[in-house]
Write a protein that binds this ligand. Structure first.
Ligand code: SAM
Length: 376
């Protein structure tokens, strides 16, 4: 008798961790994969000092490289660390069961009532009490298991719940958290109501889905800090770093702190958007300040990279033209006090921007430039 292939156990072609939690202004894994194949060998370490959702370090460890990542934003750190230092599926399940057993809805009621109006329209009372419990109980900075649960929560916290049952909030984009006043007006205009969701059930479903891909064999070294402090973190590192694949914040395009305010709240920040508390480099509006920040990046890279390193940078910006970006990037390399060559550059025009889905017609970044530098 012919044996039918078991489609249940097939490994998904795209690793399920890539989509653990979306982020704004992210690059695709195909970009990272292309450059890792082109400029590194298995013995190399890949660094991303602005790692966002962690695509570069995660793809690097999937391809057998070592990896170092850094981001100043706790949301980026939590997602990147969860992907690149994952606990076993059974450890996450056990912890979820423990958290659920310890959950006492009544204990979270007064805390729920004190939250601003946005939260009462975004979530049903039952869902919000469970979110509050997890927000207070998860030790995401010190435990890999809790970090994975927190990252699963971040991925579920808001999204297009009119179309999908895998989000906890009233209808919102999944990439960014829209601001409270805008969200309330939007829900009222469309008559949208928060969906009834059991957070623990939803997290278990998300966990099973993400863990259908095998865990990476390696772990990455992830830092929650300003990239300017990386030389201090890497002081005792034995293996040299020869490859950087990264995308710094673009000129005057977006503030990651504002865009991720609801996820930041879940990780312990305030219950409203904040500005300039986490990073003063998210959204430089003036060119001089922006290039000053890029100089700080070159200074840091000059201190930590091995001879003959490859540096791949993807950058865009509002009001910039591609030549200005390349000239600015190359001009600022002087500060690294190393010989830096521009090997190649490529401009790509952005067809479908993430903002088009919730800010149609907005002026913004229309192209990106990829530059390949060699630092001798
Ligand atoms: C364009 S995004 C990177 C996106 C990433 N490539 C991805 O695919 O998700 C830029 C990142 O730089 C981070 N950032 C801003 N200022 C920083 C700083 N001074 N040091 C380190 N990271 C910073 C932001 O939090 C944001 O995650």
């Amino acid at each position: 008798m012919a044996v039918q292939p078991n489609t249940q156990t097939q490994v998904p072609s795209r690793h399920r961790f890539h989509g653990l939690c979306p982020f704004f202004a992210m690059f695709p894994e195909t970009f990272v994969e292309k450059w890792i194949s082109r400029v590194t060998s298995e013995a190399d370490t890949v660094l991303d000092p602005f790692c966002g959702r962690g695509t570069a370090p995660f793809q690097a460890i999937l391809m057998g490289r070592d990896s170092v990542a850094c981001d100043i934003n706790p949301v980026a750190y939590c997602i990147t660390r969860a992907k690149t230092n994952p606990p076993s599926q059974s450890a996450v399940r056990r912890r979820l069961t423990l958290l659920e057993k310890g959950f006492d809805a009544a204990a979270w009621e007064s805390c729920r009532r004190r939250l601003p109006r946005f939260f009462h329209l975004a979530y049903t009372p039952g869902t919000l009490r469970q979110i509050l419990c997890l927000r207070s109980q998860l030790h995401w900075r010190s435990s890999d298991t809790d970090c994975m649960i927190a990252a699963l929560c971040l991925g579920a916290l808001h999204g297009e719940s009119q179309k999908s049952a895998s989000y906890l909030s009233n209808q919102m984009p999944r990439t960014i958290s829209t601001k409270p006043a805008y969200s309330i007006r939007f829900w009222q205009k469309h008559g949208y109501k928060a969906p009834e969701r059991d957070v623990f059930d939803l997290l278990r479903r998300r966990l099973d889905y993400r863990y259908e891909s095998p865990l990476p064999a390696k772990r990455a070294d992830v830092h929650l800090d300003d990239m300017r402090n990386l030389p201090h973190h890497l002081r005792k590192r034995q293996t040299p770093i020869r490859c950087v694949i990264t995308s710094p914040p673009y000129l005057d395009v977006t503030s990651f702190e504002e865009d991720q305010w609801l996820r930041l709240w879940f990780l312990g920040s305030e219950s409203r958007p904040t500005y300039g508390r986490i990073s003063r480099d998210d959204r430089h509006e003036r060119r001089e300040a922006y290039w000053g920040f890029i100089m700080d990046m070159w200074r840091m890279l000059g201190q930590i990279l091995a001879p003959a390193s490859d540096i791949i940078l993807r950058i865009g910006g509002k009001g910039f033209n591609p030549d200005e970006i390349v000239t600015g990037l190359y001009g600022t390399t002087l500060i690294a006090r190393r010989h830096v060559e521009l090997i190649d550059q490529e401009v790509s025009f952005i067809q479908r921007r993430q903002t088009d889905s919730f800010r149609p017609g907005s002026r913004g970044c229309r192209f990106e430039v990829d530059c390949h530098f060699k630092m001798r």
